[in-house]
Design a protein around this ligand. Structure first.
Ligand code: ZN
Length: 213
């Protein structure tokens, strides 16, 4: 009886230590970093499925379907945001990217957009549509262009490169986009976004805030 008890306890101790070791291994195992490079112009393909993944409706538009492109990957990354999106973009006229940002906004993702004051007003700019939807937009107040093209999603994923969020850039230009979740790259971009966001605070808000001090 005593031997049986000892064997039972030994087996229990062994399984417990195996579980502890297992958990430790999983915790210490490095999570695979996300690093992607995409080049443009992108192949032109239908992106409807990306917006409505659960829909059973088959799209009948003339574009190729089920094709993975640089643009479809970019869209998927943008739509992966679940809590926040900080976007610094020089020119924003791409309707699909606008649709993606509006979809995030409807999902409750906190969005801040910083853009160039001159390009926000050009024909085809989607900045007005974002504002109309209630998304917080600030325009640069400096004399130089606000020429960045980057976004940080959920404070963990950086999308940056030469690509303006325009149709001509996506379909016509030689451009690059890097997607990474490496903290040493994401953090400086977050810091720079916060710096620029504060720097370009509308004058009205500054005085309101000062009055409340
Ligand atoms: Zn289609």
């Amino acid at each position: 009886m005593w031997t049986l008890k000892m064997v039972g306890l030994g087996a229990l101790a062994l399984s417990l230590s195996l579980e502890v070791l297992c958990r430790l291994f999983h915790r210490l195992r490095p999570v695979k970093a996300l690093n992607e490079v995409h080049f443009f112009p992108s192949e032109v393909a239908c992106v409807e499925r990306i917006f409505t993944p659960s829909s059973t409706h088959l799209c009948s538009c003339p574009l190729p379907h089920g094709v993975d492109t640089s643009f479809s990957r970019l869209l998927r990354h943008v739509l992966s945001a679940s809590s926040s999106m900080d976007l610094c973009i020089f020119s924003f006229s791409n309707m699909d990217l606008c649709r993606a940002v509006l979809a995030l906004h409807r999902r409750g993702v906190t969005i801040r957009v910083l853009t160039d004051k001159d390009y926000a007003a050009i024909t085809g700019s989607q900045i007005g549509a974002l504002r109309k939807a209630g998304i917080c937009v600030r325009c640069s107040v400096g004399s130089g262009y606000m020429h960045h093209k980057f976004t940080v999603l959920d404070g963990r994923l950086l999308i940056t490169g030469s690509l303006n969020w325009t149709l001509s850039a996506v379909q016509g230009n030689a451009e690059n986009v890097v997607v990474t979740d490496q903290p040493e790259l994401v953090q400086p971009f977050m810091k720079e976004f916060h710096r620029l966001w504060e720097l370009n605070e509308p004058a009205g808000n500054v005085s309101t805030r000062a009055n409340h001090r």
